[in-house]
Design a binder for this molecule. Structure first.
Ligand SMILES: O=C(O)CCC(=O)C(=O)O
Ligand SMILES: [Fe+2]
Length: 339
């Protein structure tokens, strides 16, 4: 297949030092300009100088390795079926589909921790609720501290994105993300081979993300690839960084000026398991997503080129409805139980 080999070894994604943006003072504009250029060119960029404590990230990685090292019956004690509408818990290898095919990964679905008596949870709002934390010492506190730290970074990055579009820094916070929907996943891409006869091609098949901004930590194994107009390129590990990419809602809001760029993860044959930690910084579940006025963009229907053949510009409604329509394709068995 012509498109399955990453080309253009000389091409790489930009690495942006966002410390001035995180400090929230002078010097934000040049950082915002770099983010804007990256969003227009690739929809993907790395951030350094992000202020997230490296010791926290290391702790999360160590605890995650301990979780996945357990046998499957043990991990299934936290299976997603037990998370109900909150959509939380463990899914085993091959348990998640992209474009109808199983991905070669296992993972833990997490998100903002809401108690069972929170009004949104009592009202049965999907993807809101308590997490299913494995009973490993420190796991819960570490995950919650990590979600908190990376969510704070998400707010700063969205301010940078707003400035890069010529909007007030608080544009997104005022309309969509004062109370963002935060979903967080921990994935393990095992190095073990796929059994004979299974229809598995990728760690994660080609897709775009659904919301505003994905902030991803990956370990040092590699395998993430990004589709550019010139072909697929690698997004290799960069020490102490996060990989950021734009989701469908920012594509929708900007009329395609900032594209939600397709990406995928190759099957892991490195000899070591690969861990990745995507945090999805998304509009509030109830937010109605609208086009930003005054941008120089055409909102062209690009559904023919998209992995899901969908026209994001035709979407109108609550972000939650967009998300649920997507998620139910990824976990068909849960859709039947939960929705
Ligand atoms: O594991 C990765 O590097 C990417 C995961 C991803 O694309 C996703 O969860 O949306
Ligand atoms: Fe993704």
């Amino acid at each position: 297949m012509a498109d399955s080999t990453p080309s253009s070894p000389g091409k790489s994604l930009p690495v942006i030092d966002v410390s001035a943006l995180v400090a929230d003072g002078a010097g934000r504009e040049p950082v915002a300009a770099q983010i804007g250029a990256a969003c227009r060119a690739h929809g993907f960029f790395y951030v350094t100088g992000h202020g997230v404590d490296p010791a926290l990230v290391q702790r999360l990685e160590d605890l995650s390795r301990r979780f996945f090292a357990q046998d499957e019956p043990t991990k299934m004690r936290w299976r997603m079926a037990l998370g109900g509408r909150a959509w939380r818990g463990y899914f085993p290898l091959g348990g998640e589909l992209t474009s109808g095919r199983p991905d070669w990964k296992e993972g833990l679905y997490l998100g903002t921790e809401l108690p069972a008596d929170h009004p949104l949870v009592r009202a049965g709002t999907p993807v809101h609720g308590p997490n299913l934390f494995p009973d490993i010492d420190g796991f819960r506190a570490t995950v919650l501290a990590y979600i908190d730290a990376v969510t704070r970074l998400g707010h700063r990055l969205m301010e940078g994105i707003a400035l890069s579009l010529g909007l007030p820094a608080a544009y997104f916070a005022e309309r969509y993300t004062a109370d963002p929907l935060i979903l967080f996943r921990i994935f393990n891409y095992p190095t073990q081979p796929v059994p004979e006869g299974m229809d598995v091609h990728w760690g994660v098949g080609e897709h775009t993300d659904y919301g505003l901004l994905t902030i991803l930590r990956q370990d040092d194994v590699g395998g993430l690839q990004v589709r550019t107009p010139g072909g697929w390129i690698e997004a290799p590990p960069v020490a102490q960084s996060f990989v950021c990419n734009i989701g469908d809602m920012l594509d929708r809001m900007t009329g395609g000026l900032y594209k939600s760029t397709p990406h995928r993860v190759t099957r892991n044959t490195s000899g070591r398991d690969r861990l990745s930690f995507p945090l999805f910084f998304d509009p509030n579940f109830e937010a109605r997503v609208r086009r930003i006025e005054g941008l120089d963009s055409a909102a062209t229907d690009d559904s023919a080129e998209r992995w899901d053949r969908a026209n994001v510009h035709a979407f109108s409604g609550r972000y939650g409805d967009y998300l649920l329509a997507k998620v139910s394709k990824v976990f068909p068995q849960l859709r039947d139980e939960v929705l």
